[in-house]
Design a protein around this ligand. Structure first.
Ligand code: FAD
Length: 317
């Protein structure tokens, strides 16, 4: 989450003061495009990778103390970075660790890849995460945005979350604290960092779990862009109880307005799925943003529905 602190508190530090405050691993003007699945966008003024809970808490405390806006980055698979970059600190959450701790519970660091967690659960013959097969990004990003597919969401199998607030205080909360709903958790508003999570799964047959995972991966290969950069669905589906899973797919409306194949510069609406914008080659974030605005406007005019973005924008657009 981007934490915009009171600008009055902002006191630009010199390079030396920044290194003194954040440590020698702090990077300046770090390019971000390669850290996102869209592969677009400008640099971060400051960049830090947090490998441990302490490093993460220190970075958050220092950023808050010095009035430096910061943004937590996981796998970069649900973000669009402005071409002018981010004038603040990007904290890449890289906290690892995956263990079966007790019965059917797995504890996992926020920086682990969600797909690795699915693999670990499969190897442990634990069922409940199969729906997440093929969803890119980190476990922390998935929990923050309550990632889901095929009618299931990660929030429904989370029992505990270890969080860090903007004062660097670390607390353990249960899943009700997170207020999980469609592509949402309270961490999107509070800006708290997910450090670690516990997931409650169910013992099952490894063969059956792996079979489901492979089935989902095959299905995703058929409708998601595999070799072309994207951030998955650009817009959220629309609540509608008369539809499957209680949602009217945004892609259906986008298909009806003829979005598939539309382009702006190097940005293109994916031919197989109208709710996915791809970087078809050389796209800028502005190309992607402009294309999203055009198709959103067409949906609004034709259906009177204002599509809400699922992707998170970083920096100024
Ligand atoms: C090909 C493709 C297919 C996809 N399919 C799906 C799908 O089926 N279902 C789905 O839900 N999504 C899907 N996505 C979108 C994306 O993969 C998910 O939203 C994913 O969970 C984002 O995780 P991330 O680590 O990449 O988050 P990022 O993109 O890095 O960040 C997203 C948000 O999470 C916040 N965040 C990241 N880490 C933390 C943390 N540790 N603590 C607190 N906040 C944090 C960021 O500040 C930001 O606001 C798809 C994306 C692609 C490219």
């Amino acid at each position: 989450m981007e934490m915009l602190v009171n600008p009055a508190l902002r006191s630009p530090l010199t390079r030396q003061q920044m290194v003194a405050a954040f440590g020698s691993t702090l990077q300046f003007d770090r390019e971000l495009a390669s850290l996102t699945t869209f592969g677009t966008g400008g640099p971060a003024r400051y960049f830090l990778q947090a490998l441990s809970e302490t490093e993460l808490a220190d970075a958050v405390v220092n950023a808050t103390r010095h009035g430096i806006p910061f943004f937590l980055l996981g796998g970069g698979s649900n973000v669009l970075v402005s071409d002018s970059g981010f004038d603040g600190l990007i904290i890449k959450v890289a906290i690892g660790g995956m263990n079966r701790i007790d019965g059917d519970t797995i504890e996992c660091g926020a920086g682990e890849r969600l797909t690795d967690l699915v693999g670990f659960a499969t190897d442990q013959s634990l069922s409940g995460l199969e729906f997440a097969a093929g969803i890119p990004g980190s476990v922390g990003g998935a929990v923050c945005g309550n990632a889901g597919a095929y009618g299931s969401e990660i929030g429904s199998i989370i029992s505990r979350v270890v969080l860090c607030d903007s004062k660097g205080e670390i607390k353990t909360v249960d899943s009700s604290y997170c207020q999980f709903s469609y592509r949402h958790s309270c961490m999107k508003e509070t800006g708290e960092t997910v450090l670690r999570v516990q997931l409650e799964l169910k013992s099952g047959s490894r063969e059956a779990i792996d079979g489901k995972v492979q089935e989902i991966l095959a299905e995703r290969r058929g409708k998601h862009p595999i070799n072309q950069p994207s951030a998955g669905s650009f817009f959220k589906n629309i609540p509608d109880q008369s539809e499957e899973h209680g949602k009217l797919p945004a892609g259906r409306l986008l298909e009806k307005i003829g979005a598939k194949g539309m382009t702006v510069g190097g940005a293109k609406v994916f031919e197989k799925h109208a709710n996915i914008i791809i970087n078809a080659g050389g796209a800028t974030s502005k190309n992607i943003s402009d294309l999203a605005d055009i198709i959103k406007e067409k949906v609004s005019k034709q259906f009177g529905i204002k599509l809400e973005e699922e992707i998170i924008r970083i920096g100024r657009f």
